[in-house]
Structures are given as structure tokens and as C-alpha cells.
Design a protein around this ligand. Structure first.
Ligand SMILES: *Cc1c(COP(=O)(O)O)cnc(C)c1O
Length: 396
């Protein structure tokens, strides 16, 4: 692979390793182990692994390595470690980095399972957590302490699509020597330049846009070679959150089409958001790519003006209208994944964020009328027509 290639080319060829058969499509190495020619070779590999040497699939596997190298090329990261799910990636990155007595500052608007790792697991092991409003830089500054070891945030929050300024938070965090860990799912690896903007560790749930076709769970942690191999890999390989070779192959093939898919989805999302904004049934249409989004300038700077593949609408008449709207959709399915080829509509207040106390939902803008819409690969005009007819039904 050439470093001068653009992203789309790297996503088709990056990381490829061919077997003795010179196959065109990447092979699935469904093997947990590897045979050594001699006892001496086994001994040598357990002392130190050379390039393209493997000893056990929990530590590494050729298909998994192809996926890791390809996604590292997309993100512009030195290295990557693939994990069994997005949550294995979040848990691995934080647990490998932190120990009892450390302090972490995190944005409050988090995926429920990320919040569980911070508030339940890490807190119980003696890590101190301070939660801040991620878009308020003064709160980040005020929360930082000499013993702050890491900051954590979702660069685009779910489901209200607030964008956190990676460069600004990184500058604040680095002033006390804290490591910047970013869950970058909603920004997508296609539009991300998180590492160039100051993130030290970037995490994706590969279940979302990287697969993009709703088939496999997976995740990945990206960072420096030093962090990935020195800090993260020992934790992951001994605790068992590694990615299966079969899922790695599915995700590897997903990367071949990710730039096409995500660009098309973002283009449709902008069309749809533009068509829906100002509709009489809606109190808000939230899409980071809309010129009217509260952080439009930051979206330009951080994501090249791309607003991602998800939008949210808030129905004025609350939960009942939101349910009527969901039930009237004929193309999008009601589910809770995102980044899929199929458009997916979600009612966060009663599903993904159901367990949050009412006050917290209100605080995060998760109103009873809020519907999250993950834009798929269907024709944008078909989706717009379907959404508009469903809004008519919801108003009745
Ligand atoms: C889905 C998601 C995760 C978890 O990923 P899994 O692959 O489901 O484990 C973490 N963070 C964000 C922002 C997500 O959307």
C-alpha cells in the first residue's frame, strides 16, 4: 500500500496479505492456532513475534491483522487492535490505561454502556470520574486536575448530535498530560481526522458503518504503535475481547465500500434534513450538516462540513405522535443499530435511553417526541416521501 493513495484506494487494497495461492479476495483464516516448524521456532515466537508471525488467535490472526491495518490506514493511525465489539474496545482502552486512584473527565452525553463502564466498573475499581457538558469548554477546563489521566467523549453525541471540539478538548487535556480517548462512531471513520486534531486514542464500534450491512459485531481501538502494542494489546490478549477471524473478514470487506456508502448516506441525510426542517409537525430537526446546526462552524473545521449519516427530529406532539410516525414508516425499519444500508428509526426515550432517569433525559434533550433516523442506502427521494407521509399520519 502506498501512503500517497487516497482513502478509497487504501480501503480496497490496504492491509492485504496473500497466502501461497495468491487469492484475489482476502482469505478467512478460521484458525485459532499456528503450527511451528520446530520447537526452536515455537520458543522464538513466544519470546518475540516478528512481522506476520502469529501464535494464537486471541493475540492475533492474519485476517484480523488485515482488518487492523486497513482501518488504521483509513484513520491515519499508526496501529489498531480489533475487538469483539465496540464495547470491548471502549472497555479495553479505558481499563488498559487506568488504575485505582486515577481521575477521568468525561462528557455526560454517552452511550449507556460507556456510562456503565465509567460509573459502575471503573468507579468500583477506584477510578474517580467527573462528568461535564461536553460542548462547554469551561467545564472541561474546570474539571482538569494534575492527576487527570484521561478524558473520554463521543465526538458526536447520540441521539442529539452535539459535536465536541476535539482540538480544543485535546489542548486542555494535554496541558495536564491526560490521554484523549474519543468514541468516534457518529463522526464515522470516513469523515474523521481525530488523530490529526489531537485525539490520542480513537474508538469505533465496527458494528455500525464499518460493517454497514447489519451482519457482525466488532470494534477497534486506534492509536500510536506504542499505545496499541505496549498498553492495549497486553490487556486485550489476556482478557479475551479479541475479534473473531470470521467477523474480521466481514468488516474487512465492509471497508472496501465504506467511503462510497458513508458519503452517499451523508448526502442523503443532508437532503432529508433539508426537506424536513421547518415542518409543522416538528419542534426541531437536528443534523450537523445543516447550516442552521448550533455548531456548524465546528462541523466545517472538524468534519470537513460533513454531518454524518444520522439525523434526529423532535415531534411537537410528543411520544404518541412519535409512535404514530414510527409505525407509519414503510421503508425505514424500527430498530436500534445505525450506519446500516437499511434506514433505521429509533425512539431513544423508550429504547436506547429508556433506563435514564427522566431528569437526565431532559438534561440531554431526549424528549418524548425525539426520533433518531439513521439514513441508509435507499433512494433519498423515496425516503423523503415516506418520512413526509408518516409525519402527516403523526399529526392526525
Ligand atoms: C454502538 C455504539 C457503541 C457500542 O458498540 P457495540 O459494537 O454495540 O458494542 C459504543 N459507542 C457508540 C457511540 C455506539 O454507537
Amino acid at each position: 500500500m502506498s501512503d500517497t493513495w487516497n482513502k478509497a484506494t487504501k480501503m480496497v487494497h490496504g492491509g492485504t496479505r496473500r497466502s501461497q495461492y495468491n487469492e484475489v479476495s482476502e482469505a478467512i483464516f478460521l484458525t485459532q492456532g499456528f503450527v511451528y516448524e520446530t520447537a526452536e521456532q515455537a520458543e522464538a515466537r513466544f519470546i518475540e513475534l516478528g512481522p506476520d508471525e502469529f501464535i494464537y488467535a486471541r493475540y492475533g490472526n492474519p485476517t484480523v491483522a488485515m482488518f487492523e491495518d486497513r482501518i488504521a490506514a483509513l484513520e491515519g493511525a499508526e496501529d489498531a487492535f480489533a475487538t469483539a465489539s465496540g464495547m470491548a474496545a471502549v472497555n479495553g482502552a479505558l481499563c488498559a490505561l487506568l488504575k485505582a486512584g486515577d481521575h477521568v473527565v468525561s462528557a455526560r452525553a454517552l452511550f449507556g454502556s460507556c456510562l456503565y463502564i465509567l460509573e459502575n466498573i471503573l468507579a468500583e475499581f477506584g477510578v474517580e470520574i467527573t462528568l461535564v457538558d461536553g460542548i462547554d469548554l469551561d467545564q472541561w477546563r474546570a474539571a482538569m486536575r494534575p492527576d487527570t489521566k484521561a478524558v473520554f467523549f463521543e465526538s458526536m453525541s447520540n441521539p442529539t448530535l452535539e459535536v465536541i471540539d476535539i482540538a480544543a478538548v485535546a489542548e486542555i487535556a494535554h496541558s495536564v498530560g491526560a490521554t484523549v480517548v474519543v468514541d468516534n462512531v457518529f463522526s464515522t471513520p470516513v469523515f474523521s481526522s481525530a488523530i490529526a486534531q489531537g485525539a490520542d486514542v480513537v474508538i469505533y464500534s465496527a458494528t455500525k458503518h464499518i460493517d454497514g450491512q447489519g451482519r457482525a459485531l466488532g470494534g477497534v481501538v486506534l492509536g500510536t504503535k506504542d499505545f496499541i502494542r505496549g498498553t492495549l494489546e497486553p490487556y486485550m490478549k489476556h482478557t479475551g475481547g479479541s475479534l473473531s477471524p470470521f467477523n474480521a473478514w466481514v468488516l474487512l470487506k465492509g471497508l472496501e465500500t465504506i467511503t462510497l456508502r458513508v458519503n452517499a448516506q451523508a448526502e442523503s441525510a443532508l437532503k432529508i434534513a433539508t426537506a424536513l426542517q421547518g415542518h409543522a409537525a416538528l419542534a426541531r430537526t437536528i443534523y450537523p450538516g445543516l447550516p442552521g446546526h448550533a455548531q456548524h462552524a465546528l462541523v466545517q473545521r472538524q468534519l470537513g462540513g460533513k454531518g454524518g449519516t444520522v439525523l434526529s427530529v423532535d415531534l411537537k406532539q410528543g411520544k404518541e405522535a412519535a409512535f404514530k410516525f414510527l409505525n407509519a414508516l414503510t421503508i425505514a425499519v424500527i430498530s436500534n443499530n445505525l450506519g446500516d444500508a437499511k434506514s433505521i428509526a429509533t425512539h431513544p426515550a423508550t429504547t436506547t435511553h429508556q433506563r435514564l432517569p427522566e431528569a437526565q433525559k431532559e438534561d440531554l434533550g431526549i424528549t418524548p417526541g425525539l426520533v433518531r433516523f439513521s439514513v441508509g442506502l435507499e433512494d433519498a427521494d423515496d425516503l423523503i416521501a415516506d418520512l413526509l407521509q408518516a409525519l402527516e399520519v403523526a399529526q392526525k
